[in-house]
Design a protein around this ligand. Sequence first.
Ligand code: ATP
Length: 253
Amino acid sequence: MPAPEGLRVADVTVRFGSVMAVDGAGLTAHPGTVTGLVGRDGAGKTTLCDVIAGLRRPAAGTVHLDGRDLTGSAARVRARHGIVRAFQRPAARPASPFGAPTVRESVQAAVRRSDPGPARWGRRRGTGRDSARRAEELLARVGIAEYADRCARDAPPAVAVLTQLARALAADPAVLLLDEAWTGLPVRRSRALEVLLRDLAAEGVAVLVACGALEPVMGVCDVLHVLDAGRVIAAGPPAEVRADRRVRDACPA
Ligand SMILES: Nc1ncnc2c1ncn2[C@@H]1O[C@H](COP(=O)(O)OP(=O)(O)OP(=O)(O)O)[C@@H](O)[C@H]1O
């Protein structure tokens, strides 16, 4: 059987009024690799990630996963096929009569919600382990087990980012999208995050990380795509991309 192709995004265009946020951009993210999407503030990274996750409809462009055209699919359908986005911050929710959830409850809720569905039968999860145990594994995996009983809303920024990552991992992603995951992480946490992303890639996940600067992702990515004003101006191995003069002009180190 041929190896799965992973994520293929082509010719995506998104306009906000007169602003061309993404201008014919494309990228690939293969299983077993960590791919970086780098560009300065406003380059179009978040908008392109939104398009990939199905949270924003582009004016043009296509999104394929393993050869399957998901361009017109809703976010929940893409998630069932394995395209999972880790958000930077928890989504704002109305106050619950049961009080704000703890970090553990937040991850448990994601585990319970992540029914693989027929599209993904045969993938790793779905062994019948209970959600509580799975949540504990995920908390330990992202390194926040000691914060499990803290209120998720009041957790330190680094713990909030890692809680969102644990929630995304609960869905057993084939493609994991991380937007600005390094923001606010202390050095110890960023090193651990790098190791975790490499481990996920080694398990066959296609990891796609968006970052506002080159240096934080140089050591962890196999391939970088650099966005400038919505266009991909360079793509390739990190060292090659960093040496490109257009990249030095367009992207903070
Ligand atoms: N909802 C929106 N309405 C209008 N303009 C928007 C909207 N979202 C993004 N933009 C504009 O689109 C362009 C790309 O924004 P985007 O957030 O995708 O860039 P980015 O590379 O993720 O930057 P940042 O790291 O600052 O989020 C910017 O000019 C931004 O101001």
